[in-house]
Design a protein around this ligand. Structure first.
Ligand code: P6P
Length: 336
């Protein structure tokens, strides 16, 4: 059985980059340890504080963030860190070669209901043209990511990783505290009639996207309606898409809080886009291919459509001129 470290070595990954990946992987094992005891440990409950996004922090948001900052902040290969839980970058080692941006605990509202959560991360080269602690260190194109990945803490813990040459899945051997290769060359299955979207937002979406989603689920004789699954944690929904196909959508909507979508570009959309595109899929916002996007602020939000290339392209076109509907378009939808 091949360990993460042996695979990184076999793939000829730069030893310094491999070291950073290994430190991140080891920290996700520490986070998995905190989760596995649930209420018997310190995993459950909310703190009295809010993060920079104005969201109430779960105890484990704070713990996971501290574990990532402690492990990475001491690493001589890392110049700065950007976290969903921190307003600005944290300088690790001045002049070091790499940057790491991460969401330490994605979907943390799932913790108290024992549903999947995850850690999302991406690695860039550090910039020498701006100060080490500048937000601008992280204003880099999605195409400049060196590595993107996530840990999914579900019934079992998996680590998905890409350095631009396909997507690998590792499963945690808890006993030996090692990630072991469980799937390589992951490719998104085609033709799956399933999507992930928070349907509670339906009447806040653009009318054309409402019609598109309605055309997927309306009962008609030509084709089977689509199924819908919503996990409440992007990592879990993206893992579903990578594993059995379909697409994930978090569009903008007419509410001020979601006018640019809910998900963050730097440490959610960019790494997930790199994974999905390396698995044969694609990822768009409502205006761009996500990998072509460059953040202009650290916690910038973006709409996200990712997964099966045909379906995601249809989502994208539902925001441009070409409206593509499955089946009949006689669906009448109340619009806001
Ligand atoms: P909603 C979790 O809070 C998150 O950022 C993503 O992981 C997830 O896909 C989405 O928000 C869930 O949003 O609309 O269910 O609250």
């Amino acid at each position: 059985m091949s360990s993460l470290e042996s695979i990184l070595d076999q793939q000829g990954i730069d030893t310094a980059l491999a070291e950073v990946i290994s430190v991140i992987a080891a920290t996700t094992i520490a986070i998995a340890d905190k989760l596995r005891y649930g209420g018997l440990g310190e995993a459950l409950g909310s703190s009295r504080s809010e993060n920079v996004q104005g969201e109430t922090q779960k105890n484990l948001d704070i713990i996971a963030n501290s574990l990532m900052l402690d492990a990475l902040g001491a690493n001589p290969l890392i110049r700065a860190l950007a976290s969903e839980e921190e307003a600005h970058p944290i300088v690790a080692t001045g002049g070091a070669p790499y940057l790491v941006a991460f969401d330490p605990l994605d979907g943390s509202s799932n913790i108290d209901i024992n549903a999947p959560v995850g850690t999302v991360f991406t690695i860039f080269h550090a910039r020498d043209d701006v100060q080490d602690q500048s937000d601008a260190q992280f204003f880099q194109s999605g195409r400049d990511q060196l590595c993107a990945g996530y840990a999914l803490y579900g019934p079992y813990t998996t680590l998905l990783l890409t350095t631009g040459r396909g997507v690998l899945e590792f499963t945690l051997d808890f006993k030996n505290r090692k990630f072991i290769l469980s799937r390589n060359e992951i490719l998104i299955p085609h033709g799956t009639r399933e999507f992930s979207a928070n349907m509670a937002n339906l009447f806040y979406w653009s009318q054309s996207f409402q019609y598109y989603i309605a055309s997927l689920i309306e009962k008609n004789s030509e084709s089977m309606p689509f199924n819908m699954r919503w996990q409440g944690a992007m990592v879990s929904d993206v893992h579903k898409v990578l594993t059995r196909g379909g697409f994930f959508a978090y569009p903008s909507d007419c509410r001020a809080s979601n006018k640019h979508g809910k998900l963050r570009l730097l440490y959610e959309a960019l790494p997930m886009a790199m994974l999905v595109e390396n698995a044969g899929g694609c990822a768009y916002s409502e205006s761009d291919r996500i990998l072509d996007m460059t953040p202009i602020s650290l916690h910038q939000r973006t709409p996200v459509f990712l997964g099966d290339e045909k379906l995601v392209t249809e989502c994208f076109h539902s925001f441009t001129t070409k409206n593509i509907f499955h089946g009949t378009t006689g669906t009448s939808i109340k619009t806001v």
